[in-house]
Design a protein around this ligand. Structure first.
Ligand SMILES: [Zn+2]
Length: 139
């Protein structure tokens, strides 16, 4: 797992927010076997690639976003590196619905879920720590 924020993991360019030449990871990576079924943790709507903030090639050719409601208002969740996507732009997604299969498209380090939270139609610079949304508990 690679956490949100500064990281000494390879593949990240040095970032001015970090010390010792570390890079900045804009989401949370969770290693999973290739083809693991991903289910929506919240209801939302799948956003088309025509909207601003389209994920770049590093997220894989099938990366997509779902607009969800958070405690702080609407936000876009970006799912990266999927090998198969089971929803289409415009689809309404319900909690628990299968949305994709994990893969390694665009990922140099194996199959994993890249989970990122951005502002509505926001680019990379709007990414914030998604751990609350992912409901992860820190040790
Ligand atoms: Zn990642």
């Amino acid at each position: 797992m690679i956490d949100y924020g500064c990281t000494d993991a390879p593949y990240y360019s040095p970032d001015s927010r970090c010390d010792d030449g570390e890079g900045f990871h804009h989401g949370i990576d969770i290693a999973l076997p290739c083809g693991t079924l991903l289910r929506a943790g919240a209801a939302g709507r799948v956003i088309g690639p025509d909207r601003p903030g389209r994920p770049g090639a590093a997220y894989g050719a099938k990366a997509f976003r779902i607009r969800v409601e958070t405690a702080d208002g609407p936000a876009d969740v970006l799912i990266g590196h999927a090998r198969k996507v089971l929803v289409r732009p415009g689809d309404r997604v319900r909690t628990g619905q299968p949305i994709a299969e994990t893969g390694d498209l665009g990922a140099p380090d194996g199959c994993h879920l890249h989970f990122e939270q951005r502002a509505v139609d926001g680019g990379l610079g709007t990414a914030t720590d998604p751990s609350d949304l992912l409901a992860l508990r820190r040790p």
